[in-house]
Write a protein that binds this ligand. Structure first.
Ligand code: ADP
Ligand code: ADP
Length: 234
């Protein structure tokens, strides 16, 4: 069974926008898939649909999303929560949205790790935070954007998810730290056997790192293959 199947998925927002219009994508375990396409092509909606995270203004009008063969949008709330907690990870453009502003970082990471062993400081060390003890004592708003994104990655990867959905994870970061943050994502995912869905409009970066590129246009995946196949050999 593929780890992820997006099968003819159509999603409408209640304002009448058809964000996905029969998107199809099949992903095997351990693939690193770059989903590229112009703004508005449906990348974020696809990423949200994979995790059952579509807003209430969105309606699936046809098709399905299956993770390990289970249809995400037919799961009962408890099973959907378990799927998100144990088998999926998400990283978004704005790390602060993934963090609880009222809780020290160390406590949030401990909660994300709960029952899985591994201590907070070594987990923060793995995302290359230079002073994990200080970060653990901090509240999210005291961190720089790059530090907060590393913490968000640490939390997303705490359960060693089957799939990590990374929606423009470096778009809000300074250019000089983007590669380092991507190194962290890709090395943690490789160690955990996590499949990556990286939504991006940075074609060169995606082409350099992903085993496969899926190109979206008008709410569909219009092309899928290796970087050389999709962009043409250099
Ligand atoms: P991308 O991530 O490629 O920019 P999106 O999935 O965000 O694409 O958007 C696809 C289409 O759906 C766009 O036309 C966008 O304006 C629209 N859209 C996205 N989110 C919403 C929303 N919450 N409500 C209404 N329309 C939306
Ligand atoms: P992206 O970086 O994915 O292109 P956008 O800047 O298009 O994101 O959208 C940012 C947020 O606004 C998302 O939560 C998206 O769902 C929402 N959004 C996008 N387009 C619309 C729209 N036409 N109406 C309402 N919300 C939208």
């Amino acid at each position: 069974t593929p780890v992820l199947e997006v099968d003819g998925l159509a999603v409408d927002y209640e304002n009448g926008v058809r964000a996905l219009d029969g998107a199809t994508l099949t992903v095997s375990a351990g693939e690193t898939v770059g989903i590229v396409g112009e703004s508005g092509s449906g990348k974020s909606t696809l990423g949200a649909a994979v995790g059952g995270l579509l807003p209430s203004s969105a309606r699936i009008t046809s098709g399905a999303v299956r993770v390990d063969g289970a249809e995400v949008h037919r799961l009962r709330p408890k099973a959907l929560r378990a799927l998100r907690r144990d088998r999926l990870g998400f990283v978004f453009q704005e790390p602060i949205g993934s963090l609880d502003p009222t809780m020290r970082v160390g406590k949030q990471v401990a909660l994300a790790l709960r029952g899985r062993g591994g201590d907070v400081l070594s987990h923060l060390d793995r995302v290359r935070l230079s002073d994990p003890a200080r970060v653990a004592r901090a509240y999210p708003h005291q961190l720089s954007g790059g530090m907060a994104q590393r913490v968000a990655i640490a939390m997303a990867m705490a359960c060693e998810p089957e799939i990590l959905v990374a929606d423009e994870p470096t778009a809000a970061l300074d250019a000089q730290i983007r590669d380092d943050v991507l190194d962290v994502i890709f090395s943690l995912a490789a160690a955990a056997g996590t499949t990556i869905l990286w939504l991006s409009h940075d074609l060169p970066a995606v082409g350099k790192r992903c085993s496969r590129i899926a190109v979206m246009y008008g709410g569909r995946v219009v092309e899928s293959g290796t970087a050389a196949g999709v962009f043409g050999a250099p």
